[in-house]
Design a binder for this molecule. Structure first.
Ligand code: KIV
Length: 294
């Protein structure tokens, strides 16, 4: 097999830190974040120059085929985080804490957060929730682990929220979201994801906070944007949230390629001579002679 050396732009890129994200906000430069769950995708996202990679628990839905994110375990998250950390060298790597890994006790939360950095090569963790998470966030950041908060539509609480619905749509819930955002900043978060929040409210919160906000379905007023890569690539077709922009249709492209392969094999068009290994003529003749086919 011939090998080609590809010089990666990521090799010349400096490691992105939590401080660098803060500086981007201060300079008014949009922050970019995408999800990844495996080595090749992490390589591609990193080499494209994206600031940060989230190994999201969306993994459960778009890669593992679960109905929602609730069944995802620590072991599954760590397994995929390790693969991503082997591929991405410059992007800030954020591991998403799965359901029940941080809700039961602050001790559990700190121990599990630590595993993302110690055992899976992550630079930071993300967890969902507002004021009820402040104590855990204080302890995790106190242990030297950067925490990204997540407010608005928090998928681990879908049963409590009554489904995947936008949050903060009236004055009362909007005020609660603002208060929670300020509280999470005060508890030590270096950044906040705002998911499915009215654009005006997300912009307002972003201006009030010193830490950067990363929006998903939260309009252009956030300091950065994140999308689930499988949505952006058109790889996950079960449903597509309104806020997703599809930049490719890879599911259709995969099906086309698989179909062509099927037809080629069925019609004896694959493999061709160019895909096969041959042995020298004299060796073949010797083999035939030895085996009674002169
Ligand atoms: O799990 C995930 O991918 C997320 C993003 C949607 C922010 O939490």
């Amino acid at each position: 097999m011939s090998t080609t050396t590809v010089v990666s732009p990521a090799l010349s890129r400096k490691k992105v830190t939590t401080l660098a994200l803060r500086q981007k906000k201060e300079n008014g430069e949009p922050i970019t974040m995408l999800t990844a769950y495996d080595y090749p995708t992490a390589l591609a996202v990193d080499q494209a120059g994206i600031d940060s990679i989230l190994v999201g628990d969306s993994l459960g839905m778009v890669v593992l085929g679960y109905e929602n994110t609730l069944p995802v375990t620590m072991d599954e998250m760590l397994h995929h985080c390790r693969a991503v950390s082997r591929g991405a060298k410059a992007a800030l790597l954020v591991g998403d804490m799965p359901f029940m890994s941080y809700q039961v006790s602050v001790e559990d939360a700190v121990r599990n957060a630590g595993r993302f950095l110690q055992q899976a090569g992550m630079d930071a963790i993300k967890l969902e929730g507002g004021r009820e998470r402040a104590a855990a966030i204080r302890q995790i950041t106190g242990a030297g682990i950067p925490v990204m908060g997540h407010l608005g539509l928090t998928p681990q609480s879908i049963h409590q929220l009554g489904g995947y619905r936008a949050q903060g749509k009236n004055a009362l819930t909007a005020k609660k979201l603002l208060d929670d955002a300020l509280l999470l900043q005060d508890a030590g978060c270096f950044s906040l994801v705002l998911e499915s929040v009215p654009a005006r409210l997300a912009g307002f919160i972003s201006k009030k906070l010193e830490i950067p906000t990363i929006g998903i379905g939260a309009g252009a007023g956030c300091d950065g944007q994140v999308l689930v890569t499988h949505d952006l690539l058109g790889l996950f077709e079960r449903f597509t949230p309104k806020f997703v922009k599809k930049y490719a249709s890879l599911n259709a492209e995969m099906k086309r390629a698989f179909g062509e392969y099927l037809t080629d094999v069925q019609n004896h068009n694959f493999p061709g001579a160019e895909h096969s290994v041959e042995m020298p003529e004299d060796e073949w003749d010797a083999f035939l002679k030895e085996n009674g086919h002169e």
